[in-house]
Design a protein around this ligand. Sequence first.
Ligand code: NDP
Ligand code: HSE
Length: 432
Amino acid sequence: MSSVQKIAVLGAGTVGSQVIRLIEEHQADLAARAGARLQVESVLVRDVNAKRDFEVDPALLTTNANEAIDGADIVIELIGGIEPAFTFVKRALGNGSTVITGNKALLAQHGAQLYELAEQNDTDLYYEAAVAGAIPIVYGLRESIAGDRVNRLVGIVNGTTNFILDQMTTTGATYEDALKKAQELGFAEADPTADVEGLDAAAKCAIMASLAFHTRVSMADVTAQGISSITAEDIAQAAKSDMVIKLIAVAERSNAEGKEGITAAVYPALIPVSHPLATVAGAFNAILLDNESAGRLMFYGQGAGGTPTASAVLSDLVAGASHRVLGGHAPRESRYAKLPILSPGIASSRFQVSLLVADKPGVLAEVAGVFGQSGISLITVSQEMAKPGEATRVTLSTSATSGKSMDGVLAKLRDLPVVVEVASVFRIEGEA
Ligand code: NDP
Ligand code: HSE
């Protein structure tokens, strides 16, 4: 084989170090698949002396970004964050290099500009690793389902939060201990706020929604709520209703209010134990696509971690290298539909509301009356035995209603003198 593709790897942390290891270990197979020898020429890091999961040849390590980027055929960006990654990726695309990145924050904020830059320079941008680790959801949306009409997608797309909620549910671990373990295992972002506040999932939601609905959806279009306020009590309460709490990303077409558009949001939801997302444990991810012709498709696998994510990077590497050798391009950005982004408040679902109320006769009727006046049916109502003189917990689940209607009900409930506190409100996923 005479052809060689020169590669610069920017970042040799959890993911980058595994990419470098796998390129080295599977050199012959990767070359046969790509049609070119894949030669790592430089590895950009902050500290050339830092201890790494895989010992990178010291001769490849550099702190000089421009030297690493310029002259590379393929640049793999695995630094994370917006800057300096944005500057590096722009430089690489400007040079006409193929860029592969796992950086969802960068794509969800500046994806449009990067796609345009790739087109202007007749090169390609690949990002399979940016959404759900090893799961081929970017290929799935960008290519496999490109001829169908996606109506809705819902997924668990953040390994850290799924790991935390799973540990809290199955082992009774505290939130803090579970987060610490996720960080040790390399799932969490450099700043775990992005994980626990739902921002990492929101970035992935924006990328998936853009591909699914052929519309530019950016980070700012996705409403995000995280898991930092979920309590052990919420988890216990969910279990009593045969449900588990999961942080989910939801993007769907909507015709509510007579206007076609899409909604996109990330929030902790109650998932019935019989739902396929309920059994997604640890740092695993899963995405369900509801399509007009294909029906439901489920993508499942490891959503985080060095080696699984490196697998996604290597699939992009094989595709990118073979396009450089044989010609052709990755799919360009498809944004022709230009659907408006609507408020997620119009999305309809069942809800579960937990209230602390005064323990006296007539309270349940008063509370139920508020739902009735708003045209919302109650499906279940349960009340705990109160200790004398203390407030009692009433948990109600509703029929499907919009978030907007539920906000109206909650405002009225808070005004009722018998309601001490609205303890929790969750959407229930998967039950109409
Ligand atoms: P790490 O924090 O483990 O590694 C980051 C690497 O980038 C380190 O090698 C670091 O150098 C280098 N780096 C950071 N800043 C600079 C800079 N200014 N100049 C040069 N080098 C720099 O990150 P991960 O490997 O976990 O993540 C990388 C990307 O992959 C992120 O975009 C992340 O969102 C994404 N991703 C991560 C997953 C995971 O499970 N970890 C899963 C899917 C995607 P040094 O080693 O010297 O400090
Ligand atoms: N921090 C991310 C997660 C890494 O926990 O899912 C994978 O994108």
